[in-house]
Design a protein around this ligand. Structure first.
Ligand code: GDP
Length: 421
């Protein structure tokens, strides 16, 4: 770890536009390729009579691993720039990307959108941009990649920028904060150093634009929300719920409430990394002990909050959803499993209230009979068991969910309004 401020970064974009290659390049340029990987390549390079160490060797190896089905895990790779310490969170394409992104395991602050210069905006470019907006990505850096394949042509670059700007306008992603950089992930142009191949470009390199991202503000001012991951019994201490503080601060001595289990008490001790601490902040993984709470009183999926501002429990809630992939159509009465923070609860889509035109955000149809893949809609949802969830306008960290059925994420959404029990 480093003392620099931390950023979670998502790398999004259409398949084959160069996401993995860019991640490899970023790790390589920032000296973050794990030592054993470098060592292995150095040996191989020497065996093949090629001294030195080339980026190509890293990428060759990654490609090979992929063929062997080991899929290089571009998720959870880490690198640092002058300004920040970055963790690359799961990338779309990875099976559980959306679910991970939503359930908080890897909520990204900002994203790099990779668009290949020779292909332009493609179907998954649209899908990911739409998702990024729904899930509250703050800023986008657009790497117009594979510039080497279009002879570093400024016209091709501008054409792609035009397409991407149209897309961002369509989904109402504010374009003031987007940065475009012409790059070649493979050749390294404009990633760490300004390229001589693009004399017409005088903007930042990709690493510079990562450095220029605003610092993520930890949500310390919001009320405490700490979704419970597990509950242990530890001899000498008693019941110890564990989880990650999403918002607010947990202090010893606080009076807390667990919802929807609806029990509470005073926080006796808070532990982090096996050490007792007086308080925990957003992002901290903690175990803690609450006076009078037994192991069977609380469970995974409960949310801990202040007793005087307890987590909301929904009788029903209104949400905006985006259907990503569903083999047929979704109608009222459909009851898939909703994944929100650490909770998994079957919920019935009680009514489909409005279909939304994703390109304008306007209501396209009132009370449609069904929605299908690619549609966005406002729906009313009734959890089949008590579920703690918050309006995303108030506490975004606890306001989004993934809908899973048949082993895959079929939709994602955010809560607009909670009708409390
Ligand atoms: P992903 O599916 O988005 O992760 O794409 P990959 O990183 O796997 O890249 C797909 C293909 O494009 C691979 O064969 C890469 O070698 C190639 N590629 C990626 N970036 C570049 C680039 O900047 N220039 C060229 N010529 N090829 C690239």
């Amino acid at each position: 770890m480093s003392d620099k401020p931390h950023q979670n970064l998502a790398i999004i974009g259409h398949v084959d536009h160069g996401k993995s290659t860019l991640v490899g390049r970023l790790l390589f340029e920032t000296g973050s390729v794990p030592e054993h990987v470098i060592e292995q390549h150095r040996e191989e390079a020497e065996e093949k009579g090629k001294g030195g160490f080339e980026f190509a060797y890293v990428m060759d190896n990654l490609a090979e691993e992929r063929e062997r089905g080991v899929t290089i895990d571009i998720a959870h790779q880490e690198f640092d720039t002058d300004q920040y310490y970055f963790t690359i969170v799961d990338c779309p394409g990875h099976r559980d990307f959306v679910k991970n992104m939503i359930t908080g395991a890897s909520q990204a602050d900002n994203a790099v959108l990779v668009v290949a210069a020779d292909d332009g905006v493609a179907p998954q470019t649209r899908e990911h941009v739409f998702l990024a907006r729904t899930l509250g990505i703050n800023e986008l850096i657009i790497g117009v990649n594979k510039m080497d394949l279009v002879d570093y042509s400024e016209d091709s670059y501008k054409e792609v920028i035009g397409e991407v700007e149209d897309l961002l306008n369509q989904v109402r992603f504010a374009t003031d904060d987007t940065t475009f950089v012409p790059i070649s992930a493979f050749e390294g142009d404009n990633v760490a150093e300004a390229s001589e191949n693009t004399p017409w470009y005088d903007g930042p390199t990709l690493l510079e634009s990562l450095n220029n991202l605003p610092e993520a503000e930890p949500p310390t001012d919001a009320p405490l929300r700490l979704p419970i991951q597990d509950v242990y019994t530890i001899s000498g201490i008693g019941t110890v719920p564990v989880g990650r503080v999403e918002t607010g601060i947990l202090n010893t001595g606080d009076n807390v409430s667990f919802q929807p289990s609806d029990v509470g008490g005073e926080v006796k001790t808070v532990e982090m990394h096996h050490e007792e601490v007086p308080k925990a902040e957003p992002g901290d993984n903690v175990g803690f002990n609450v006076r009078g709470i037994g192991k069977d009183d609380i469970r995974r999926g409960d949310v801990c909050g202040p007793a005087d501002d307890p987590p909301s429990v929904a009788e029903t809630f209104k949400a905006q959803v985006v259907v990503m992939q569903h083999p047929s159509v979704i109608t009222a009465g459909y009851t898939p499993v909703f994944h929100a923070h650490t909770a998994q609860v079957a919920c019935t889509i009680e009514s489909i209230d409005q279909k939304i035109d994703p390109s304008s955000g306007e209501v396209a149809e009132e009370n449609p009979d069904f929605i299908k893949s690619g549609d966005a809609a406002v729906v009313t949802v009734r959890p089949q068991k008590p579920l703690s969830i918050e309006p995303s306008g108030e506490i975004p960290e606890l306001g989004s969910f993934a809908i899973r059925d048949m082993g895959q994420t079929i939709a994602a959404g955010k809560v607009l309004e909670v009708n409390e029990r």
